[in-house]
Design a protein around this ligand. Structure first.
Ligand code: NDP
Length: 335
């Protein structure tokens, strides 16, 4: 397939271009809001075409699929342009900044009969997949509680729109959306209520949330506490899943790298579970390509993207209004 990339981004440069090439697809064009940046990016990444006009680029290049990794506020508008041009779209998270925009993206994908997916790469983690399998096989019994620690130190080169721009930045739209998606995947269950508090001021000049701590309650009764941060130095991410018959602990797996270890603790003691790691992004793009060829579904569908956005927005609402927010599918209600 031929891919057009939207946004001369760090994630495209570090991970996505090599993943697309690893599945024997071509990156044919880069579109940036800045023509000089597009040109430089094209030269550095050996991409034959560049542009700063998305509509023109879609019609003047041979394009099957579009990958969008612009800043968050541009995702919906750019995706809708690509979907209307009948291109399959892999969009970065969060897929949009409003539920209405996300729903419009889904609608356009349906109308034009193309695949729309959201790049929740953590679903491909071998550690997370093993945890999901062990939960589903009742290895740890009923899942009572989860402690989800996804706190990192935001690299200096990414300390721009993520911490400067309240409308599209902040840890909730950047990291918490991953937690929500990973939890829905692990538990095969839906959140029913959320509460949270946030902290700012260490690196953000504009009161953008840098750290958030909160709780998510799921329909089957699991209660989750989460801790997400841009400002945690020398810290290791972790997921602890406490069940009625044992618990699972994943260390250092909430990352872009294929890393992490998994331990099972139960009445037989503590056991390291063997893990065969794989590249998370290659898996996302291979499965997306398979879905286009009617062989299965993307790793995370547009609906998954919509759900994680809805719940992230409810968490923002809980923080702003100092309230516990209850959720129903597609909307949130206060109590
Ligand atoms: P970057 O800040 O590196 O890039 C974001 C956008 O900013 C680029 O697409 C580019 O858009 C613009 N840009 C790049 N360089 C400059 C510059 N010097 N001055 C001004 N603008 C610039 O962000 P990331 O790559 O970290 O993130 C991009 C998207 O990908 C986000 O939506 C993020 O949430 C998502 N992401 C997802 C990950 C995952 O694993 N699923 C991992 C990391 C990020 P343009 O060229 O059009 O101006």
């Amino acid at each position: 397939m031929n891919w057009l990339l939207v946004g001369a981004s760090t994630v495209a440069q570090e991970w996505i271009i090599s993943a697309i090439r690893a599945i024997n697809d071509e990156v044919t064009c880069i579109v940036s809001t800045d023509l000089v940046r597009a040109q430089n990016f094209a030269r550095q990444q050996s991409i034959p075409n560049f542009s700063h006009d998305l509509k023109h680029a879609l019609y003047s290049n041979k394009v099957d699929a579009v990958y969008i990794s612009s800043t968050n506020s541009l995702h919906a508008e750019q995706a809708i342009i690509a979907l209307k041009a009948q291109k399959h779209v892999m969009c970065e998270k969060p897929m949009a900044l409003s539920i209405t925009d996300a729903q419009q993206m889904i609608e356009q994908a349906k109308i034009h009969q193309v695949v729309l997916a959201v790049n929740y790469h953590l679903r491909n983690s071998a550690v997370i997949q093993k945890m999901r399998e062990l939960i589903a096989s009742d290895c740890i019994g009923e899942v009572q509680n989860i402690r989800f620690c996804h706190a990192v130190s935001l690299p200096k080169n990414l300390q721009n729109w993520r911490i400067d721009t309240p409308s599209e930045g902040g840890v909730i739209l950047d990291i918490t959306v991953h937690d929500i998606d990973t939890l829905r995947f692990l538990l095969d269950d839906e959140p029913i209520s959320v509460s949270a508090m946030a902290q700012t001021g260490l690196i953000s000049p504009n009161n953008v949330p840098e750290t958030v701590m909160g709780t998510i309650e799921f329909t089957k009764g699991t209660l989750v506490s989460f801790y997400d941060s841009f400002t945690a130095q020398y810290f290791q991410t972790s997921i602890d899943i406490i069940g009625s018959k044992g618990n699972l602990q994943a260390l250092n797996t909430l990352t872009q790298h294929s890393t992490g270890e998994l331990h099972l603790n139960n009445d037989k003691g503590s056991q390291a579970i063997p893990i065969e790691h794989r590249n998370l992004y290659i898996s996302s793009f291979q499965q997306f390509k398979n879905a286009i060829q009617d062989q299965g579904r993307p790793v995370a569908t547009a609906y998954d993207g919509l759900r994680s956005l809805e719940i992230a927005l409810a968490i923002q609402q809980a923080i702003e209004n100092k309230m516990h927010i209850s959720l129903t599918s597609g909307e949130s209600l206060c109590f």
